[in-house]
Design a protein around this ligand. Structure first.
Ligand code: IPT
Length: 912
């Protein structure tokens, strides 16, 4: 059996230990390396590791990187199935093998030094100056080799052979791109005699007191001493337990860290200590005694140009975005992230479920026969992975739970991993999403359950419950977030969840963003990799804006002249916030004022009186907002945390007679029942066996190719029959004009689920400046609209498009009172909602058919006109791409409907 196919974790590595911030000399070996790629192992050059091997004809590759993102081979995307035959532990002969060589200079020899790799995908064999150091697997895990004996003053030569496929690949079936390479840093770290090998900080917070014990493993029995200046601790020998009366606890809301130094005569290690105690008590997951409320996301490491070789600063960008959107928890799906991310979680405050690099999902294709999570042949490999996970990251206060992996079925090796973890670190909890019975998992964790099942769990007793994945954010969606949150709020056992997933894992390919199949992969899972809350360039999608509102940690509501403020934080009062009200008339702010809110303790609610407000002429709305009063490390003063809106005056119906301006129309209005299917419309709800995707039902009914037949025209009235081959007609539509008003009346022939109910108008393409009074500024669909608020907004038609990587229905603005579409000279068309169900507006430069046909955004070519959709109904978004479809209340049935709009000409430049 080859070294890259045996079951072992490899050989030659030093014992796993914490990643330490040391003052020992460290040489970062990142940079330009010599590189050669062979399509098979057999074709890789023999002896490339020897000092005198001639690599002058080799290419240059930056390290860290993934070679397929530098034009060597291709990235491959699969979700569940392995992209090679399921024949463990063997891999195909077609095994891209990247040979890497680096010459580096040392002024003197570094006798005890270790060579550290932070991450190599998937199997590395390492030589230093011609001596083999060993073999490692475990792509997202660090490995260290003793390098000292072979290092020398002068030029040294490091050679690394990386195989894309190895036995380790069977343990790394995460839903993401397969991206081989040395994708995290490589460094040489001097190990002084009498230095510090490993540190384990135990810092509890119990009944107002800190308990601190720092375990140290030193070389040569050296004594390590601890200093924490701000706690008055100076040179206390490691291993002694200290009880501290005056410490502030660490929480994700109040991330208090104490800078500390652990030192021997020869080495100093900097530590950042956070005091907190994690436990399950009375069936609740608690930190420092307080039950947690996790508003989390699953985070893969992804960058559209660099894959999982994240450029510096990306981790911070993610965390700032998360904090600014009220997210308080991250599951590091499905592997330990770059360590920088965890340093920042400690510093900025985030609850972390740290997941081991283990997923064997593809064994589902063999009915879980030979699942490495159960087969004793793989025990060492599994234990090696959890050891390297826990040892590397054990000193991060942000990590509260160790997760054994993802989608790995169940089995003896998971049991063994749990047992080892509990022994090694009793201070944290264990998560294993496959362990529904609670063999070793401290929390009951499930994924993608529909609301009703979550509610049933909420009503029952048992281990604390979390949704480790829910609300699949693929394409336009998810819908139904607010309803999940209501359940989390109602039932204490439901301690929150983690949306799937943080970022769309699209890769840049020229001008466009690519997904599975775009690189010519013979076996792939297509668009399923595009399911994030932020787009690949990290711009927030509407789903993230919705999430921010749904999980806001401060709940505001206005009733009459009373404001109710509920503090949903667990650990901080609201003194860092200021509150502000704004009164608007027809969307125009007329007054704003600060509101005094007394201190609100965690979990408490207060009521305050609002100042009396002047009468307004138009439709009146009161908006109350909670804003940061001062800068936080993750946002500046004024950043909005929470808000609420309440209508304080109904609109007056004003009638402004004016001629109807149908000369602006390129076509007459016609009924539309279809939309460009969303990623959710295209999948059958996983939770309803036998369900058919709604998009398929709509297609079956022919909603995408309606035909119209005029059966009657009278003065100002048109009656049509509307249907689709080969079925009998679906409905009768009446359109009537009376003065400037336009009424649509729908009379269905039979009940039917439809995608939307509305009319579409074609307009000249220069009417592309849009202003509206209604909900905004972003898009809103029936089950994803809590983030939009009443106001007056402006955008160009192009700005109204949401750039979903996979083109699909998007951009609806709801609650439209009026909208104006004007051209550069200020003339154009005004639409007013007069009567009937709430009106929503979608306007774009292409037809619904063209939007539905496009596979990538660069295929959306502006036509010579605008398509304006004025709808009175939309089917909910749901989350059927992985999870439940739209809740029953958000499904759309064809029903008798009447609505009236007013169309007016906008005369010219001097509008108020
Ligand atoms: C679930 C996986 O755990 C996650 O990695 C991702 O693939 C997600 O689905 C969908 O994007 S597994 C699913 C089949 C329940």
């Amino acid at each position: 059996m080859s070294y890259y196919e045996d079951h072992s974790p490899g050989y030659g590595a030093r014992p796993a230990r914490a990643r330490l911030s040391t003052d020992a000399p460290t040489l970062d070996l990142s940079g330009d390396w010599r590189f050669h790629l062979a399509p098979t192992v057999a074709l890789a050059p023999d002896g490339f590791w020897s000092l005198d091997f001639d690599d002058s004809s080799w290419d240059v590759l930056p390290v860290p990187s993934h070679w397929p993102l530098h034009r060597y081979g291709i990235p491959t995307y699969t979700n569940i199935g392995f992209p090679f035959p399921l024949d463990p532990p063997y891999v195909p002969d077609e095994n891209p093998t990247g040979d890497h060589r680096l010459r580096f200079h040392l002024d003197e020899s570094w006798p005890g030094a270790v060579l550290r790799f932070e991450g190599v995908d998937s199997c590395a064999r390492v030589w230093l100056n011609g001596h083999e150091l060993g073999v490692s697997r475990g792509s997202r895990l660090p490995v260290e080799f003793d390098a000292g004996p072979w290092l020398r003053a002068g030029t040294n030569m490091l050679a690394v052979r990386v195989h894309q496929w190895s036995s380790g690949s069977y343990l790394e079936d995460q839903d993401m791109w397969w991206l081989p390479g040395i994708f995290r840093e490589v460094s040489l770290i001097a190990r002084p005699a009498g230095g510090i090998e490993d540190v384990f900080v135990h810092a509890d917070f119990d009944a107002g007191r800190g308990k601190l014990r720092v375990e140290a493993l030193t070389r040569d029995d050296a004594v390590a001493r601890l200093s924490v200046p701000s706690l008055g601790i100076e040179g206390v020998p490691a291993g002694i337990e200290l009880v501290l009366d005056q410490v502030d606890p660490w929480t994700a809301e109040t991330p208090r860290l104490y800078d500390a130094v652990l030192a021997t005569e020869t080495e100093r290690v900097a530590l950042r200590i956070g005091f907190r105690t994690v436990e399950v008590s009375d069936d609740l997951l608690r930190v420092n005694g307080t039950p947690l409320r996790l508003s989390g996301v699953n985070r893969h490491e992804h960058h559209p140009d660099h894959g999982r070789a994240l450029p510096p600063g990306t981790a911070r960008e993610d965390l700032l975005l998360m904090k600014r959107h009220n997210i308080n928890a991250v599951r590091t799906s499905h592997y330990p992230p770059h360590p920088e991310f965890l340093d920042l979680c400690d510093e900025l405050g985030m609850w972390v479920i740290l997941e081991c690099d283990l997923e064997t999902h593809g064994f589902g294709f063999s009915d879980w026969q030979g699942n490495p999570a159960d087969d004793p042949a793989w025990t060492d490999a599994c234990l090696d992975r959890i050891r390297r996970t826990v040892e590397r990251d054990k000193n991060h206060p942000s990590i509260i739970v160790w997760s054994l992996g993802n989608e790995s079925g169940s089995g003896r090796n998971l049991d063994a991993m749990a047992e080892w973890t509990r022994q090694r670190d009793p201070g944290r909890l264990i998560h294993d999403e496959g362990d529904h019975e609670g063999r070793h998992s401290d929390v009951y964790s499930r994924m993608y359950l529909p609301h009703a099942e979550v509610e049933a769990i909420g009503r029952s007793a048992g281990r604390p419950f979390i949704l480790c994945e829910y609300a699949h954010a693929m394409g336009n969606g998810p819908g139904g977030l607010a309803e999940y949150q209501e359940l989390f709020d109602r039932y204490p056992r439901l301690q929150g969840g983690f949306l799937w997933e943080w970022i769309d894992q699209g890769l840049r390919q020229g001008e466009r963003i690519a997904y599975g199949g775009d690189f010519g992969e013979p076996y792939h899972d297509g668009t399923f990799v595009i399911d994030g809350l932020v787009f690949p360039d990290r711009r927030p999608s509407p789903g993230l804006i919705e999430l921010k509102k749904v999980i806001e940690p401060v709940r505001l509501s206005v009733d009459g002249d009373r404001l109710t403020v509920t503090n949903l934080y667990g650990f901080r009062d609201l003194s860092s916030l200021r509150f502000e009200l704004e009164l608007s008339s027809d969307g125009v702010p007329v007054l704003s004022k600060a509101i005094d809110v007394p201190i609100v303790e965690p979990g408490e609610t207060v009521e305050v009186g609002l100042p009396s407000l002047p009468e307004v002429d138009g439709e009146g709305w009161l908006t109350v907002r909670a804003l940061l009063a001062t800068d936080e490390p993750w946002a500046t003063a004024g950043h909005e945390i929470a808000w609420t809106q309440r209508q304080v005056r109904k609109p007056l119906q004003t009638r402004v007679p004016e001629p109807v301006t149908f000369d602006e129309f390129v076509s007459i209005p016609r009924v539309e029942l279809w939309r460009a299917p969303t990623s959710n419309d295209l999948q059958a709800a996983m939770t309803e066996p036998g369900a058919v995707p709604v998009a398929e039902q709509w297609r079956e009914a022919g909603l995408h190719r309606l035909q119209h037949r005029v059966i009657e025209t009278r003065n100002g009235h048109l009656r049509t029959r509307v249907g689709s081959a080969p079925h009998p007609p679906l409905l009768t539509a009446d359109y009537s004009w009376a003065s400037e008003e336009f009424t649509v009346r729908i009379e269905p022939d039979r009940p039917l689920e439809i995608a939307r109910l509305g009319i579409v108008l074609e307009l000249p393409s220069d009417l592309d400046q849009v202003e509206w009074f209604g909900l905004g500024p972003g898009e809103a669909y029936p089950d994803s609209r809590t983030a939009s608020r009443i106001g007056r907004y402006r955008a160009t038609v192009d700005e109204l498009q949401t750039p979903y990587v996979v083109p699909q229905e998007n951009g609806a603005r709801a609650g439209i009172r009026w909208a104006e579409l004007t051209r550069a000279d200020g003339t154009g068309l005004r639409i007013e909602a007069v009567d009937g169900p709430e009106l929503s507006m979608t306007v774009r430069r292409w037809s619904t058919e063209a939007l539905a046909a496009a596979k990538h955004t660069d295929e959306l070519v502006p036509s010579d006109r605008l398509y304006l959709h004025l709808d009175v109904g939309h089917y909910g978004l749901g989350s059927a791409s992985c999870g439940p479809g739209a809740l029953p209340a958000y499904r759309l049935e064809l029903a008798p409907t009447v609505w009236t709009m007013r169309f007016r000409r906008v005369a010219g430049p001097s509008r108020g």
